[in-house]
Design a protein around this ligand. Structure first.
Ligand code: ZN
Length: 815
């Protein structure tokens, strides 16, 4: 369904439909669905790029002469990184392709460029992560060992930092300390303070600090608290009796314009985190802050990090026999073995015998002793055998009739080919969000952040964790954070697609989709196609999808932009739909990587013709831009790295069409101001870079919460001005409206009182400013403006009795 604007500019839920209709008239850019959507037959054909089983993918440049060629590339269903670069008048995009897919693209006339990232690079990232974790564990063990049998001088607790700072009139003490038992024991540590030079320890009160655990490894205890006097010394006595004393240092104040203020606690991430670790992390921080946070298990479990155990016997399609276990691989499928033997004599019949989980197929032979059993016959014999059919299902290869003679094969174990450790659940996986805020009952303005729709994007989930930590750990001592949490209802879902996420960590680093096989048994459902399955979760939503005729998603079950069999077919997508349907949610951030983009709707267009999903109105667009500049400024503050204007704007303008993406569903279906981050420069950058990206985009995400809070408390009415200038047409004048903040202007030219049904002042065109109206000189113009929060200029009530709207005659100003 096309959406009709129902945000603040139109007084949500009041006159929404009328406003939407007016918008269509005024902007001219808004096209109704019936006109815009071509039927399915017009959608691009789905091409099989020919991913070969076991082939690993690399990130490789594709060099394109123009946007038409980009559209043609997107229409192949190729897996693209979220990057489009203009280099020497040509477009360079990053495709995630295997050698065979690269050959197909080259044959289709596309030009490949440099290789950017290979599976070997991913291995190096994982090795780096493991080394970091191992280093922390070793340091913990060393400390623990040195503290055993301690003497009066060797304590099992040491103070790392004790920083005092002021923030406005608030005095804060921040402490970090390491305890030798911290890896296994979950106790908090108590810090005793003195109340100034020469006073007794304890006279300034106490504070507790809690464990900081990252990637399952204890790092240290940390925490900040408000104090009433500047302490000079602190003391920590560990639960095991170790004692540490430290002098408190003054933290240098930073300039006051920094919204984080001095001593703001951040930097909570030390390595990449798997989905299991992400969920463990939010559970731990929610448990630590029960008054401010809770874990919400979303209503739909995933299909699970699991597959049936499989094998394909033979090499030519006609003689291949494909076999799937009935049980999941981890539930017994992986222990089933099949052997296909030559009878070793003449005139033998085809037979199947089963011993335990060992299946033996003895092939038939003719009078000369040559094997005669065809693939179709072997399949039939296996499925007819009571023993075998209780373990497996056999089928010919990809719908082949199976007339080829089957070759003998050595005993082969069926396998699900999944390599994650047992600590990764094989069951349908719950998807978790952490809900943060003092009042989590729907009464406060809701903001949603979610990451890892795409499995291989390892940095965006870290941004969400870093942000959750910042919110909760700064609440007590930072009034700005407290204001956010006291007034907002924040939902953070660090991994929407945990199955794919686990697969990307343990099996194939270039995995983008979930793991669900939607290929038919007569298609690519067999063992050799196992790493080409899955639905692109960011193409499976309900608005402007492939099913509506929009571009940038594939119908092929082996394409990396596979839309799924129908809208919201996937549990991951149903979960996000559920989240977005929380009625108080008004702002959202969808975190992806990479490319340093910042985008909003529309995110899809139909080809041919590039007919876009409806564009936001002028007022909405200017609100998107003004909020964006705040968020991007916060990002830039970390290391002066700017998201460029060219990479800011509607997805379909600055990137490419992505039919059925989540941002569009949130905006068009739920009226949520929905943005999309494309974090950083690659999916799995070296840790030093990943860390910086996490810090800077967490800055941006926190700023979104501030934007939401400011929206919520905005009671100030907008102000507008009418500008009249000469028109080239005799007797006419040119008229524009200006507003002092992003605001919608509704106007009439027939002296009637303006309402939300009046004409909505529009934009001149894509990424252009406001339109210029041409009216007869002397025309009376009545109007009012309304901002994003719904405040109306001069408190005028459209449709009411008072006539305190703005009014002016369109007359040239005298000089
Ligand atoms: Zn993505």
């Amino acid at each position: 369904m096309p959406h009709l604007g129902t945000n603040g500019f139109t007084r949500r839920n009041v006159l929404a439909a009328a406003a939407g209709a007016a918008g269509a008239v005024a902007t001219g850019a808004l096209v109704s669905r019936s006109e815009a959507a071509p039927n399915d037959s017009a959608a691009a054909p789905d091409i099989d790029l020919g991913h070969v089983a076991g082939e690993q993918s690399s990130v490789i440049e594709v060099v394109l002469p123009d946007r038409d060629e980009l559209d043609r590339l997107v229409a192949t269903g190729v897996d693209l990184d979220h990057q489009v670069n203009l280099v020497d008048d040509r477009l360079v995009v990053h495709a995630v392709i295997s050698p065979n897919e690269g050959a197909t693209l080259t044959a289709m006339g596309f030009t490949l460029g440099n290789v950017i990232y290979t599976p070997a690079d991913a291995k190096a990232r994982l090795a780096e992560r493991e080394a970091t974790i191992a280093g922390h564990v070793a340091a913990n063990e060393e400390f623990s060992a040195s503290a055993t049998g301690r003497t009066a001088t060797a304590s099992d607790v040491k103070i790392i930092r004790a920083d005092y700072y002021t923030q406005g009139t608030t005095m804060v003490l921040s402490v970090e300390a390491k305890w030798a038992q911290g890896q296994t024991a979950t106790d908090t540590l108590t810090v005793e303070r003195d109340s100034g030079k020469g006073t007794a320890i304890g006279s300034g009160g106490t504070q507790t600090i809690s464990r900081f655990v990252d990637a399952g490894v204890y790092l240290y205890h940390r925490g900040a608290a408000q104090v009433t006097a500047r302490p000079d010394y602190i003391r920590i006595t560990s639960p095991t009796g170790g004692i540490a004393v430290a002098k408190v240092k003054e933290w240098l104040p930073t300039p006051g314009h920094d919204p984080e203020g001095p001593g703001y606690q951040k930097d909570f991430i030390t390595s990449y985190l798997t989905p299991t670790e992400l969920y463990d992390r939010i559970k731990a921080i929610a448990a630590e802050h029960p008054k401010l946070a809770e874990i919400v298990e979303l209503p739909y479990k995933t299909n699970g990090y699991r597959r049936k155990a499989q094998a394909v016997f033979g090499s030519a399609s006609a003689s291949r026999v494909a076999v799937d276990s009935l049980a999941w691989g981890h539930e017994g499928g992986n222990s089933i073995a099949i052997e296909i033997v030559d009878p070793g004599g003449a005139g033998r019949p085809l037979s199947v015998s089963v011993t335990g989980t060992d299946i033996q197929v003895t092939l038939a032979s003719d009078t000369a002793g040559a094997v005669t059993s065809t693939a179709a016959e072997v399949v039939a014999a296996l499925n007819a055998s009571p023993g075998a059919s209780g373990l497996i299902q056999a089928y010919t290869y990809r719908g082949n009739t199976g007339a080829g003679v089957v070759a003998p094969a050595a005993r082969t174990l069926l396998t699900d080919d999944l390599t994650a450790p047992a600590s990764v659940s094989r069951e349908p996986h719950p998807v978790y969000a952490i809900r943060i805020g003092k009042h989590r009952n729907g009464s406060k303005l809701g903001v949603l952040a979610y990451a890892q729709e795409h499995a291989r994007e390892w940095v965006p989930p870290l941004v969400t964790i870093e942000t959750a930590e910042r919110l909760l750990r700064n609440y007590k001592h930072d009034w700005r954070t407290r204001e956010l949490l006291d007034n907002l209802d924040i939902w953070i879902a660090p991994s929407i697609n945990p199955d794919g996420g686990h697969y990307a960590f343990y099996d194939d680093n270039s995995q983008r989709r979930n793991m669900t096989n939607h290929c038919a048994p007569t298609g690519s459902a067999d063992f050799l196609a196992r790493d080409s399955w899955g639905v692109d979760n960011n193409r499976n939503y309900t608005e402007y999808s492939r099913f509506d005729g929009y571009s940038g998603a594939s119908a092929s079950c082996t394409s990396d932009t596979f839309s799924g069999p129908s809208e919201l077919s996937e549990p991951e997508n149903k979960n996000l739909d559920w989240l977005a349907a929380r009625p108080n949610i008004k702002f959202a951030m969808n975190l992806h990587s990479s490319g340093n983009y910042f985008m909003w709707s529309p995110g899809a267009y139909a080809v041919p013709g590039r007919i876009s999903a409806p564009r936001p109105t002028l007022a909405e667009e200017s609100y998107f831009w003004s909020a964006s500049s705040r968020i991007l400024t916060s990002i830039k503050r970390h290391r002066n790295l700017a998201v460029t204007p060219a990479r800011t704007g509607p997805i379909s303008d600055v990137l490419y069409s992505a039919a059925g993406n989540s941002g569009d569903m949130l905006w068009y279906k739920y009226d949520i101001y929905a943005w999309n981050f494309e974090v950083g420069t690659s999916f799995q950058p070296e840790w030093v870079e990943a860390h910086d990206e996490t810090m800077e985009f967490s800055n941006g995400l926190v700023e979104l919460f501030r934007v939401a809070r400011d929206f919520d408390k905005d009671r100030r009415s907008p102000k507008s001005k009418l500008k009249v200038s000469p028109s080239p047409t005799h007797g006419m004048v040119s008229v524009t409206f200006e507003t002092n903040e992003p605001a919608a202007v509704y106007y009439t030219l027939d002296r009637s009182a303006p309402t939300y049904s009046s004409t909505l002042y529009g934009s001149a065109g894509i990424r252009e400013g406001a339109e210029t109206l041409t009216v007869r000189a002397g025309t009376t113009i009545n109007w009012f403006s309304v901002d994003a929060a719904g405040n109306v200029e001069d408190d005028y009530r459209p449709g009411g009795h008072r006539r305190n709207y703005r009014t002016a005659k369109a007359i040239l100003p005298r000089h």
